[in-house]
Design a protein around this ligand. Structure first.
Ligand SMILES: Cc1ncc(COP(=O)(O)O)c(C=O)c1O
Length: 438
């Protein structure tokens, strides 16, 4: 097969495209490459959307049926049945008060639309000066303009595109294993949240429209914030009239053992963004949800995508949520996730495994060269572990200094036992290369 005409995302052009990275088939928690090798997909398609597993015929049927019935009609001035139905379904499962939805095609578009809606909310209220958005260092909110402005890593994706739309502010993340303030919880008294208050005061609250953050943050490898963090952020936002946007693109639809990640933290966001698990990745679908209060001043949401509120994508979303609920996948994520985390915790005895953490089926092993200083694990050695795992039939990834695991929500304890043995073996082999004795 001629591999020279396709541009891969974030991949050197010199990287080989061969039978081992052409994935041709998926079923349940497994995928097969073109060479016939089978892999356990421990990160749900690597970018982690495949919540219900690969190859669901009922999902395919829902898409097929909708294409035959109505494959497309504009979101401008017209509604369609699947979009109406999906917005109704989401109202019953979304965090408290999130009642209004618009559908897009990707997480990046959802973030972009959420920020635009936040800005329009304030413009319609006569508060045009609120153009800034607070994000967090280490955050990822996609690659469209306003999401890129909130991309909190020193990442060529953002730097390359500068100058960006002005108004991006960054707070530190609640990443306790390597606290940016070198403090520890609870003695820190949530210093990172209190610093957000100082940032707001410094920048002037009247210039800020929103605070955006993932309930649990991917950037450092599934960083779960300490108790009290999100309520403190919510209080700061409410005190200063700033909208709180929860980016549920990864956490949403059962990933963390609850339907939405927000549910772990006893807060009520003003807006949420969703993607990935909303359709289990089988068609491009994302959404923004907001409260009645956010929408109240906005008569016309001045925004238009040809593929907004797409009937086929929404039909997939409806069927996907039905599968998640009927087959109790969120519960499985909670229970099997706890089993997986226990297995990962047992690996903390290894010299380079600093911390096992996460919620539901979104877990990580934060790796270090020195457990006392918690110095980060070199990227090449993380890549080494990932590549060893692939040789042994497991596809996984790393994020920050951590190995990250986000399998389909149907994974069994048996699959996890096999995965844990391979992870242990690969870490041990990489430790040997680094000169550790285990
Ligand atoms: C939290 C978060 N927000 C937004 C995005 C962007 O989503 P997409 O890649 O679908 O554009 C991602 C992608 O990984 C994400 O993790």
């Amino acid at each position: 097969m001629d591999t020279s005409h396709l541009i891969l995302h974030k991949t050197p052009r010199s990287a080989a495209v061969d039978d081992r990275n052409i994935i041709i088939r998926g079923e349940g928690v497994y995928v097969w490459d073109r060479g016939g090798n089978r892999y356990l997909d421990l990160d749900s398609g690597v970018t982690r959307p495949v919540h219900v597993g690969h190859g669901r015929e009922d999902l395919a049927r829902a898409v097929y049926d909708q294409i035959i019935k109505l494959s497309y009609f504009t979101p401008c001035g017209y509604a369609n049945e699947p979009a109406l139905e999906l917005s109704g379904v989401l109202t019953t499962i979304a965090p408290r008060g999130i009642n209004n939805f618009v559908f897009e095609c990707s997480g990046s578009e959802a973030v972009e639309s959420a920020m635009k809606l936040a800005k329009q909310h304030f413009v319609c209220r006569g508060e045009e000066a609120r153009y800034k958005v607070i994000s967090r260092k280490g955050a990822y909110h996609g690659v469209n303009g306003l999401g890129l402005r909130a991309l909190g890593t020193m990442n060529p994706m953002r730097q390359l595109m500068e100058p960006l739309t002005p108004g991006g502010l960054f707070a530190e993340s609640p990443y306790c294993y390597r606290c940016p303030y070198r403090m520890s919880y609870p003695a820190c008294e949530l210093h990172c949240a209190r610093e957000v208050e100082r940032l707001v005061e410094f920048e002037k609250p009247e210039s800020i429209s929103a605070f955006i953050g993932e309930p649990i943050q991917q950037g450092f490898g599934v960083a779960v914030p300490p108790d009290g963090y999100w309520p403190a952020i919510q209080k700061i936002c409410r005190d200063h009239g700033i909208l709180m946007i929860m980016d549920e693109v990864i956490c949403g639809f059962g990933r963390t053992g609850r339907m939405f990640g927000t549910e772990h933290f006893d807060v009520s966001p003003d807006m949420i963004t969703m993607a990935k698990g909303i359709s289990s990745g089988c068609v491009p679908l994302s959404a923004v949800g907001c409260t009645d209060e956010v929408l109240a001043p906005v008569d016309i949401f001045n925004h238009l995508h040809t593929y907004g509120n797409h009937p086929v994508a929404c039909a997939a979303g409806i069927k996907n949520i039905q599968i998640l609920r009927e087959e109790r996948m969120v519960e499985n994520a909670e229970q099997t996730g706890r089993y997986f985390l226990d297995g990962l915790k047992a690996l903390e005895t290894r010299p380079t495994v600093g911390e096992a953490r996460g919620k539901g089926l979104w877990l990580a092993l934060d790796m270090t060269l020195d457990k006392r200083t918690r110095s980060p694990f070199p990227e090449e050695n993380l890549a080494g572990i990932v590549s060893r795992a692939k040789q042994k039939g497991i596809i996984m990834k790393f994020m920050g200094s951590a190995l990250e695991f986000a399998p389909p929500l149907i994974i069994t304890r048996q699959d996890i036992d096999g995965a844990l043995a391979v992870i242990d073996e690969c870490v041990a082999e990489e430790e040997k290369v680094l000169g550790f004795r285990s």
